[in-house]
Ligand binder design. Structure first.
Ligand SMILES: [Zn+2]
Length: 387
C-alpha cells in the first residue's frame, strides 16, 4: 500500500463553529468593534465592487456623525485603512466573502475569508456581529468524498467548495502474468487471486476511510465509483460511516479535484436543499398540528430564551429591531417603553436576529437559514421545540 497526503488549499483555512464560539465569548473591553462583511465576488465586468460600498459607508459616517457609535472621523479612517491594508496583502483572490472584525481605538483585528459571498454590511457596536458569519458556517456542510476503484481510494475533505485535505491510497496489484489466457485454468486461478486481492485492498481502504473520518470529522460523506465497486465497498464499512453517506455516484478515481467538485456540486446542493426542505416541512406540519413547534419572531425568540428550541429556522439576511431589558435581560422582538416582566424602563435597542443567532449558537441549537420567500408563511422565524 502506498499512501499520499496533501493539503492543497492553505488559504481556505476552515472557518468553523469554534470561530463563532470565540467571537461570542470575546469580552468587551469598552472599545467599539467594527464588523465588516464584504461581497468580494466579481461582477459581469470582472470587477469587485466592495470599494464602492466602503466609500458609501465612509460618506454615511461623515453625514450621520459618530455620536451614536462613539467613534471619531480619525478613528474611522484609521480602522478602514487597516481593513484596506489587509485586503491588499491578506486577501486571496480565489475567495468571494470576507468578514473583518476590528477594535476601534484598540489593537484587536480578526479577518476571515471564504469562497462564498456574503452580503455587504458594516456595523459599529460594542460586540462583534456574528449573524452573517453563522449563516455562512451553518449553510455549508463539511463533506468527505471517497473516490474508489479496485486499486485506489482517494479521500477528500471538502468545505465551502474547497478541498482542504487529500489522501490517496494505492494498492500494489498483482501483475497480470503473460501466460494467462482467456478461458484457461490459470485465468480462473488468476481471477480468484484478483478477487482476494480486492477484498484485501477494500479492507485496507475501509480502515483509511475510518481514520479519515475520525481525523477530519466530515458531517456527510459521498462515495464515488462504479455501482459494483461502491456496493462491494459498503460491505467493508461500519454502520457509523454508512449512516453519513448522502450521495453515491459514478466518477473516475483520477479526475482532477476541480472536476470532481464541479461534478459533485449540483448533487451536494440538492442534498442540502432536501435537508432544508425537510426541516421546513416538519415545522409546518407540527405548527399545523400545534405540536412542539412555533412560528413567528416573538414566539420563536421567547422559546429560545426558555431553552426550548431544538432547531431554529431563520430567513437569510434578515434584520429586525427590538430591545433588551437592562434589568431581567430578556430580549423582545419590538421596541418597548417598559419591560412587561418587571416594569423596568432601562431598555436598550438590539438587533433581534443577531441576538437569536447568539442564543442558538450558545445553546448548541442548529440553525437552518432559508430563502426569505420560502419562510414568509412562518413570518421569517420558526423552531422545532424540544418540549
Ligand atoms: Zn425586564
Amino acid at each position: 500500500m502506498a499512501r499520499f497526503g496533501a493539503s492543497p488549499a492553505t488559504m481556505a483555512s476552515m472557518i468553523t463553529k469554534h470561530d463563532l464560539e470565540s467571537l461570542i465569548g470575546r469580552a468587551s473591553n469598552g472599545n467599539p468593534v467594527l464588523s465588516l462583511f464584504l461581497d468580494m465576488s466579481v461582477n459581469e465586468n470582472n470587477k469587485r465592487t466592495h470599494r464602492v460600498f466602503l466609500s458609501q459607508q465612509r460618506a454615511q459616517f461623515e453625514e450621520l456623525g459618530h455620536e451614536a457609535a462613539r467613534v471619531s472621523d480619525a478613528q474611522v479612517e484609521e480602522v478602514l485603512a487597516r481593513v484596506q491594508a489587509w485586503l491588499d496583502e491578506g486577501f486571496d483572490e480565489a475567495n468571494h466573502g470576507v468578514v473583518v472584525y476590528a477594535e476601534i481605538g484598540g489593537g484587536w483585528f480578526h479577518a476571515l475569508q471564504f469562497p462564498v459571498p456574503v452580503q455587504n454590511r458594516l456595523v459599529v457596536s460594542d460586540r462583534p456581529v456574528i449573524g452573517p458569519l453563522a449563516q455562512v458556517i451553518e449553510g455549508y456542510r463539511h463533506y468527505g468524498v471517497i473516490l474508489l476503484d479496485r486499486e485506489h481510494v482517494r479521500l477528500l475533505s471538502v468545505y465551502l467548495g474547497t478541498v482542504l485535505d487529500e489522501v490517496t491510497v494505492r494498492g500494489d496489484p498483482i501483475p497480470t502474468p503473460s501466460h494467462v489466457q482467456a478461458g484457461g485454468y490459470s485465468q480462473t486461478r488468476f481471477q480468484r487471486r484478483k478477487a482476494e486481492e480486492m477484498r484485501h485492498f477494500f479492507k485496507e481502504f475501509a480502515r483509511e476511510v475510518e481514520d479519515f473520518a475520525a481525523r477530519f470529522q466530515p458531517e456527510d460523506l459521498v462515495m464515488l465509483g462504479t455501482d459494483e465497486n461502491v456496493a462491494k465497498f459498503r460491505e467493508f464499512l461500519p454502520e457509523a460511516i454508512l449512516k453519513r453517506v448522502i450521495h453515491t455516484g459514478p466518477m473516475p478515481v483520477d479526475g482532477s479535484t476541480s472536476e470532481v467538485l464541479a461534478r459533485l456540486e449540483p448533487h451536494l446542493r440538492a442534498a442540502q436543499e432536501r435537508a432544508g426542505r425537510g426541516v421546513l416541512e416538519q415545522v409546518r406540519d407540527r405548527v399545523a398540528h400545534d405540536y412542539l413547534a412555533i412560528a413567528g419572531l416573538q414566539g420563536t425568540l421567547t422559546a429560545l430564551q426558555e431553552g426550548k428550541v431544538d432547531t431554529l429556522v431563520l430567513a437569510a439576511n434578515q434584520r429586525r429591531d427590538g430591545c433588551r431589558c437592562g434589568q431581567c435581560g430578556f430580549v423582545f422582538a419590538r421596541g418597548l417603553a417598559t419591560c412587561p416582566y418587571d416594569g423596568s424602563t432601562t431598555l436598550e435597542e438590539v438587533e433581534v436576529v443577531e441576538e437569536m443567532v447568539r442564543m442558538a449558537e450558545g445553546q448548541g441549537v442548529p440553525i437552518a437559514f432559508a430563502e426569505p420567500g420560502d419562510v414568509e408563511d412562518l413570518k421569517g422565524a420558526a423552531a422545532l421545540l424540544r418540549f
